[in-house]
Design a protein around this ligand. Sequence first.
Ligand code: AMP
Length: 205
Amino acid sequence: MDGANTPVKTVNVILLGPPGAGKGTQAEKLVESQGMVQLSTGDMLREAKASGTEMGNRVADVMARGELVTDEIVIGLIEEKLTSTDAKGFIFDGFPRTLAQADALGELLEKTGQSLDAVIELEVDDAILVDRIVGRAEQARAAGKPVRADDNAESLKLRLMEYYKKTAPLLGYYHAKGALQSVNAMGSIEEIAAQLADITKSLAA
Ligand code: AMP
């Protein structure tokens, strides 16, 4: 029943996929449509860089090259968010990216009395990723907006390599835990958003 007093379960999901798969775009859609809370380690790191913190300065070159920053830094950022907020219903966007981060997230959720409800893989062919990332840079440039330092062909090559070496193993890890769902992420933004909204709604039911 859909009564007003029926408690709605909050859900926590991870969006997993290579650079350019649309994790950030779709996380924003879920924030709008489901009132979920986006936790993007990429955004947190870019903010640290923009505000010139010591950590931000330390990670800037690593990010621009397209390499991963250390597990310690990103786990620290997520731990701070999870332990300092009463918000519920998280979309993890760009975290975890290594098996160590995945283990740490599991422990943090357990410690804060929460569950991981699904890991949603956004499946996209490599050729499309390159077009999307290069297109994103061109659009930003045309609009006079800042272009991400890592949105260029050279960094993208490294980012893809980092993804396949370090992040893609998480697909097997979460599959083995029975948490993995895959979505074809090559359609329109709205089509994919509708599928993700359906998945999160069914998890909350
Ligand atoms: P994103 O905005 O998710 O594409 O992240 C941009 C860059 O930030 C990545 O290429 C990495 O250098 C760094 N980064 C973001 N999230 C992580 C993470 N979970 N682990 C390691 N590095 C990360």
